[in-house]
Design a protein around this ligand. Structure first.
Ligand code: NAP
Length: 348
């Protein structure tokens, strides 16, 4: 099979490097174009980028010259990890030029025509692309915010089995979630920062869109309330969420455990290359999940859930954890692209 040629916008950044690492041996995609800011443009990637992942810059991209993030680029599909203040109009220009854009960035996530996709949870939202399919044109598909993805993924089997009526979530988010150089070391060392700009609003609105329903060609958001409080903590990778949930029907904690542990969905059925065997891994130890021990579960694509218990206020509670630059960013976008390919939406 001919590989699909992909371009990475924001290729030198935290998420961009993760894309290149995950795509190095991908069976379906090959990286043919890289773009970043004018600081990097015109340089071979290895000279433009300070590589911050273990190992070396992948050989196949060392000599690719970094370009401006503007069409045309020599690729069929664009993965975007541009900063949110520049991503919106750039992604629109690529989609209008006929490119299929698979983005991590936030500006288009709530657009009516943009699926906010977690392949295990809401593949039906790809129906939003039907209009583009008819015109053969470009489109934008977004993955959620790095904390939202694990919250929505954990809630999905609960919503299906018991219904969800209210959610209150407190996040403890890793430093790498702020990109590089991110939070100054003197601000985060020996400290917790109880503020991440716009994060609480993103979790609240994105969770309801992801778990919403398609009605007359649009997503009607789920009707339950979501309340989020977010904190930056002194962890390199791995976001953790303490979730309290009010379910629609009575359930024993053991039934929640079973709903999490047995959950598999379309990506597992289709055997998509980046799909973990188990999207949700249940940890029964009283002190798990932990970022350092559990963030790489399932190659960083499984979320880990533990501490499942009754809650005196909302009924039930649990802890969820995921790798923010893999399941929360680059890995999520790649899984989205694999589903698009399986559904015939990346055909030339
Ligand atoms: P980052 O480490 O700061 O990287 C930013 C990238 O964008 C770099 O490649 C940079 O290129 C490029 N860039 C910066 N300003 C630009 C401009 N004006 N024009 C063109 N390119 C520009 O950020 P990141 O953490 O990778 O995040 C990228 C996006 O992904 C953000 O929208 C973020 O919200 C989202 N996201 C991040 C995470 C995470 O865990 N980090 C998770 C989910 C989503 P130069 O090197 O040339 O400056």
């Amino acid at each position: 099979m001919r590989k699909i040629r992909v371009g990475i916008l924001g290729a030198t950044g935290t998420v961009g490097q993760r894309f290149l690492d995950l795509l190095e041996r991908h069976p379906q995609f090959t990286v043919t174009a890289l773009a970043a800011s004018d600081r990097s443009q015109g340089k071979p990637y290895a000279a433009a980028c300070t590589w911050r992942l273990p190992g070396a810059v992948p050989d196949a991209v060392r000599d690719l010259v970094v370009q401006a993030p503007e069409p045309p680029l020599d690729c069929d599909v664009v993965f975007s990890s541009l900063p949110s203040d520049v991503a919106g109009p750039v992604e629109t220009r690529f989609a209008r030029a006929g490119y299929r854009v698979v983005t991590n960035s936030s500006p288009h996530r709530m657009d009516d025509a943009v699926p906010l996709l977690i392949p295990e949870v809401n593949p039906d939202q790809l129906a939003l692309l039907d209009a583009c399919k008819q015109t053969g044109g470009g489109f934008i598909v977004a993955n959620p915010n790095c904390s939202t993805v694990m919250i929505a993924l954990a809630l999905a089997p609960l919503a299906a089995r018991f219904g969800v009526e209210a959610v209150a979530v407190t996040t403890l988010q890793a430093i790498s979630g702020a990109g590089y150089p991110g939070v100054a070391s003197l601000d985060i060392t020996d400290n917790v920062i109880p503020f991440i700009a716009e994060e609480e609003e993103k979790i609240e609105r994105e969770t309801r869109k992801i778990l919403g329903s398609l009605e007359a060609g649009r997503v009607a958001p789920a009707t339950f309330d979501v309340s989020a409080q977010c904190h930056r903590v002194n962890v390199v990778d791995g976001h953790l969420a303490a979730v309290r949930v009010k379910l629609g029907t009575p359930a024993e904690p053991a039934e929640l455990r079973e709903a999490f542990a047995s959950f598999t969905a379309l990506p597992q059925e289709l055997r998509l290359p980046s799909a973990p065997e188990r999207p949700i891994l249940v940890r029964d130890e009283p002190d798990r999940p932990q970022p350092r021990l559990d963030r790489d579960a399932g190659g960083g694509m499984s979320i880990s859930v533990g501490r499942i218990a009754r809650d005196a206020v909302l009924g039930h509670r649990f802890i969820a954890l995921s790798h923010n630059t893999i399941r929360g960013a680059a890995g999520a976008a790649i899984l989205n692209a694999e589903l698009l390919l399986a559904k015939g939406l990346l055909d030339s």
